[in-house]
Ligand binder design. Structure first.
Ligand code: ATP
Ligand code: MG
Length: 349
């Protein structure tokens, strides 16, 4: 018997038809963005734990807005576009205007964008997802995007998403003062809510409802590992691989894969790292704790010579985005020592 109606519905990238328990947030954001089309320049900052529907809710709203012609929406994951030039270029291209990919300065792209927006006379909503890791590198793109509103009639509205509540407090005063922002907290799901969400995904994915108890076990596993819906989906996906012959997921399938499904957000973040930061994480993946000097020596031995200060800047950034724990110790005859190790699960509070 056929197991899947739509296998894609178990993928974390799949945007579901409905999002149980996020209806009110979706409506709130949609109403707020709708007002931007009428000239109220309101930015939104969304924060909350990993895997609780922040990105999906915004994409859900953006999908609805595609039908509303007075607002253009652009979703940007700032892991993929992580410099001001890359972000501004992505916006211009998304608005269907050609732009040379090389040899053009940021100011030229910004001027072009202003020219386009003057012509379009439409509201523009830009979502900057995972904004903490962008801002830990460079804040100027926010300044540039906010400045656009001095030149155009229809405002540009920013939707920023992060795991951390206090990201915007670290902004430069000149940016903070021009950032008219509405903050929204997404709260973690309860076990009952997680069950509803996974049940809905099962409806979209499978021909036949899983055996009684399957969704409860998956939901419980997700909640006990930090509440990330992706963990519940991964349990269902792995169990479904064992269930193809039976045509239906059973409790025994889930039980046999459960111990293999761990937190996913850290792995997702690590897979986005490049260059020096990727190398640092590779070294620390042995789960050993290093002092900063030991880490620097190991880095130079395994990769390239790099100054200790340059390495420290990268370590600091990785700490800010929640990959490391850095502990100071005052013990020892040489005074203060700093110990660095990788976190297993993302700390977001
Ligand atoms: N209420 C919901 N209904 C249906 N699916 C949901 C719901 N909440 C989350 N999901 C699903 O869970 C997965 C993770 O959600 P999402 O990517 O939005 O998490 P997030 O809050 O952005 O996490 P992160 O901070 O790690 O980026 C996605 O597949 C999403 O569709
Ligand atoms: Mg997200």
């Amino acid at each position: 018997m056929q197991l899947f109606k739509n296998q894609e519905a178990l993928s974390p990238e799949y945007l579901p038809e409905i999002m149980p328990h996020r209806e009110s947030q979706i409506k709130y954001v949609a109403d707020l963005l709708y007002k931007t089309a009428k000239g109220l320049g309101q930015n939104i900052f969304i924060f909350g734990a990993p895997g609780i529907g922040k990105t999906a809710s915004i994409k859900f709203v953006f999908r609805q807005f595609q039908e509303y012609s007075n607002i253009d929406t652009i979703y940007i994951n700032t892991w993929d576009y992580n410099t001001p030039l890359a972000i501004l270029t992505k916006i211009v291209i998304s608005l269907n205007y050609p732009i040379p990919r090389r040899g053009i300065s940021k100011d030229e792209v910004l001027e072009k964008l202003i020219e386009i927006l003057k012509k379009l006379k439409k509201g523009l909503v830009v979502c900057l997802d995972e904004v903490d890791q962008l801002l830990s590198k460079d804040q100027t793109v926010l300044y540039d995007l906010l400045r656009i509103n001095q030149y155009v009639d229809s405002p540009v509205c920013l939707v920023m998403i992060s795991n951390y509540k206090d990201v915007l407090l670290k902004l430069e005063p000149r940016i903070q003062s021009s950032l008219n922002v509405e903050e929204m907290e997404f709260k973690p799901y309860t076990l009952e809510e997680m069950k509803d969400i996974l049940n809905q995904r099962c409806k979209e994915a499978f021909v036949e409802k899983p055996e009684e108890g399957v969704v409860l076990i998956c939901a419980n596993h997700a909640i006990s590992r930090g509440g990330d819906v992706r963990i519940g989906l991964e349990c269902l996906r792995k169990a479904s691989m064992l269930a193809e012959d039976d045509g239906r997921i059973k409790v025994e399938h889930v039980r046999s894969i459960l111990s293999q499904v761990k937190s996913v957000k850290m792995d997702l973040m690590k897979s986005n790292l490049q260059g020096i930061e990727k190398n640092i994480v590779d070294i620390l993946s042995s789960h050993k704790t290093f002092t900063s000097t030991e880490l620097w020596e190991e880095y130079c031995r395994r990769f390239d010579n790099i100054s200790q200060n340059a390495l420290t800047d990268h370590i600091q950034r990785l700490k800010e985005i929640g990959l490391f724990k850095i502990q100071e110790s005052r013990k020892g005859s040489r005074g203060r020592k700093v110990f660095i190790r990788l976190l297993k699960r993302k700390k977001f509070k």
